[in-house]
Design a protein around this ligand. Structure first.
Ligand code: CA
Length: 242
């Protein structure tokens, strides 16, 4: 198991409100996490920072090599709920942070499985057998339009309203979390990324990069491609190889 990550402010923004975390746990297990903060000048940074910190701490504290599949699933959910609570409370205590929130996509890699938790429009892709598959569905208005057949995925990728998400961590006292359990095969690659990548690169481009390059180079090249595509947003990628 190998995990690499890279984040970049992009070509337009002054600050980077994305965050990522890579954690090695016991017996080949690990955590890959990507967050994309939102909510004003300070809020976005703060929300993604708190999410990263609380999720990593919760998982590090409660992870156990012998915990089993059900506990792994409960743990990823619990970690996001803890982050939701921490962000929501912090925002309540500081008017300048009111309304802040963050996307979260995380994978706990444990015993040949990925336990995935997801809120918002950061994504998880799997690259297997020369094929890139998006495994999370964005919680966004634009995704709902795609689901209703009103937009094609290519139109959605460049739509001006693509940033409006329907769920975020920390905005309300509770949050609905999508959970997935994936069985991993040797050689699988997982890509976690923010919309700074997925709105500037097509699935074909991403798949091509992953097929032709080692892990570190893949991360570098994807960030470079997003910047070449305008770099209008912060860009974050984490890549896992099982
Ligand atoms: Ca973003």
């Amino acid at each position: 198991m190998k995990i690499v990550g890279k984040t970049d402010v992009g070509m337009v923004r002054d600050t980077n409100q994305d965050a990522f975390k890579i954690l090695a746990l016991g017996q080949g297990a690990g955590l890959a996490l990507v967050c994309d903060g939102m909510g004003g000048a300070q809020g976005g940074d703060t929300a993604s920072y708190i999410a990263k910190k609380v999720i990593a701490e919760t998982i590090q504290e409660k992870y156990c090599d012998t915990m089993g599949a059900e506990a792994a699933k409960i743990l990823v959910r619990e970690s996001v709920l803890q982050a939701n609570h921490a962000i929501y409370q912090t925002a309540r205590e500081d008017a300048e942070l009111a309304g802040m929130g963050t996307t979260v996509v995380l994978a706990l890699l444990y015993q040949n499985h990925a336990y995935v938790a997801h809120v918002g429009d950061s994504r998880l892709y799997r690259y297997r057998d020369h094929q890139l598959t998006q495994l999370t569905r964005d919680h966004s208005y634009i995704q709902e339009m795609v689901d209703r057949g009103e937009l094609s995925p290519d139109q959605a990728r460049v739509h001006p309203d693509r940033n409006f998400i329907t769920r975020a961590v920390g905005v309300q006292w509770d949050v609905e979390i999508d959970l997935h359990v994936l069985e991993l095969e040797p050689g699988d690659r997982l890509l976690l990324c923010t919309d700074g990548l997925s709105s500037t690169c097509t699935d074909e481009q991403i798949g091509e990069v992953l097929s032709q390059n080692p892990l570190e180079e893949s991360a570098e090249i994807l960030v470079r491609l997003a910047n070449q595509g305008g770099g209008h947003d912060n860009i974050t990628v984490v890549i896992v190889e099982s």
